[in-house]
Every structure is written in C-alpha cells, then in structure tokens.
Design a protein around this ligand. Sequence first.
Ligand SMILES: [Fe+2]
Length: 341
Amino acid sequence: MRTPGLTRDRSVFGAVHLGYVVVQSNRIAEWRRFGADAIGMHVDDAEDGALRFRLDDRAARFIIGRGPAEDVTALGWQVDDHETFDRIVARVADRGVPVVEGGAHEAALRGVERLWRFAGPKGIAQEIFTVPVTMPEPLRMLSSGWVTGEAGMGHVAILSREPDAMRGYYHTVFDSRLTDYVDENISGLKMKIRFLRVNERHHSIAIANIRGIKLDPIRTSVQHINIQSTTLDDMLAAFERVTDLGFRMQWSVGQHTNDRELSFYCRTPSDFELEVGWNPVVIGPECESTWEPATYPSISIWGHTPVGETVLDKFVRFRQALRAAAEPEITVPELQTGPRR
Ligand SMILES: [Fe+2]
C-alpha cells in the first residue's frame, strides 16, 4: 500500500470528496419513506435488510444498515488517485493510528471497490476509497437531481467539545482549509462554527461549539448532513413532502450568510438532521488562491426559523447541567497536530 520515497508534504487538498455516509438504524421502513418519498432520493434494497440511497450514478451515497446506533457511524471519502491515497494512509499510519482494510462485503455494500478505515473524531470512522461503483440503472426518484461531482455529495456538521482537536484532525489528514467562521450570539451563548473545505465545496465539514461550555447536548455524533438539490423547485418540493408526510421540520427555508445556500433542515428517522440545500457558493480555482476567511455574525440572512427545539435551545436548557459528569469526547490526539491557519 505504501510507495517508497513518497513525498508526504504535498497537499491533498482538492483531491478528497465526501463520497458516502453510513448510518446504523433499526428504523428501516421509516428511512425508506423519509429518503425516497419525502426527500426524493433513489432507494435500493441491499443485503440483510439494509437500504442504499442514490443521488447520482454512484451505487450508494447513504447506506442505512441495520443496528441499534441510530447514528452516522462512518464517513466515506473519495480520494482521486492512488498516490494521494497512499499519502493519506502514510500520514495516519506514521502517527501510530491503525489503518485497516474493510472487508469485501463492506466494500460491496458501500458501492466501492475497496476501502480502508481509521479512527475519527467523536468515534465516527473515517473511510477512504479511490474507485466507486457506478450503476447502469437509471435513477428512479422524485427529485430531478442532486449536485455531487467535484464538490462531493454534500457536507457534515458536527458539534464538538474539542473543536480545535477536530479541526486539527481534518487539517492533518486531508489538508482542510478554513473557509470562514460564524460567531453567533443567541440567548447569551456564543456559538462558533468553523467551516472547512477540502475541495471546491464551500465546506465539507462544519465544526460548532459554544464558547466556554464543554457540553454536547446532541445524542448523535453529527448534528446534520447536507445534500444539494439541482434546482430550487426540487428543494422546495422536498420541503413540502417532508411536511406533508409528517416528518419533523427543524428549520424552515432560509439562506445562509456565508455560503449563500438556500436550505431547510428536517429530522431523519435516526434523529440527526438532514439539510437539503440549493445553490451554495463554489470556491473554484479562480477564487481558491485569493480566498480570505471572514467571520459572519449570524448563520442566516433570512429564514431558517426554528420549528421545535433547536441545538441552541438545548444548550440553554443544558446550561444548568454543566456540572453533570460527561464522558470525554473521543478525539484522535495523534492526528490533531496540523498547523493552524
Ligand atoms: Fe449545513
């Protein structure tokens, strides 16, 4: 797997793309209805009662496997070529973190030829692969399409009690770059979000924390996963179906300040949120070299009105419980040494 004499200092930025998300759930029937009938993704049955959702010609973008976690258990990252792949493996392995090859069954379920896995922040396994399986069968879905390609399938937003460690992790492993910050004051709490990119997508990873409070009131390891509709009509039709079918909306349609994405957030059957968005800013090659991170004072320009209890409500509610003993957040200290930009 290792190339002798590999130059490890070359950046892998731009060659890494969010490829798939693995969820463990026993609410398979709800997931089918949510993913296919409400969100409008293509659904296929897989072995052992698992579901796979497609967004494009790839065999799987969401893999919902049976199990009790009701959470995201792994993120799959596509790496453009074998040299880059080897460089990432070397970074992880040389720092003493085991990199393990996934089995043939796991690879088949995820729709990739082979995959390797290593530990990630908050216990979310990080998987890397180079060759995805594509499907000749046309998509059968309510949505007219999803934006994937160079930008990957969307983004992941994570609440962290150890945001610097998590940011260092993605810098060390994938050469993530800071796109911008949101610093928002709500109910006397200051929430900070760091938006990290690994390719032209404005952010593939967002890391949020509340200043001065090492508490995470979210049960699931991710706060939300984002996918991007091709058209505004698709996004709005999904909003309507989610509401009509009785799934829980979390934030109504609104527009973000930093990436200008229009979106809504709803609750998946496993209780983390799914953001369906449209038309975010793309940081193409012409912008990349001159991009300067800015800090925005709020998450949204308009809309994103909370429907039900939000993350911040939970923080307010949990504020009094700060003395409660909490397990330390899972970090990967060997991989959090990346320089800060
Ligand atoms: Fe998001």
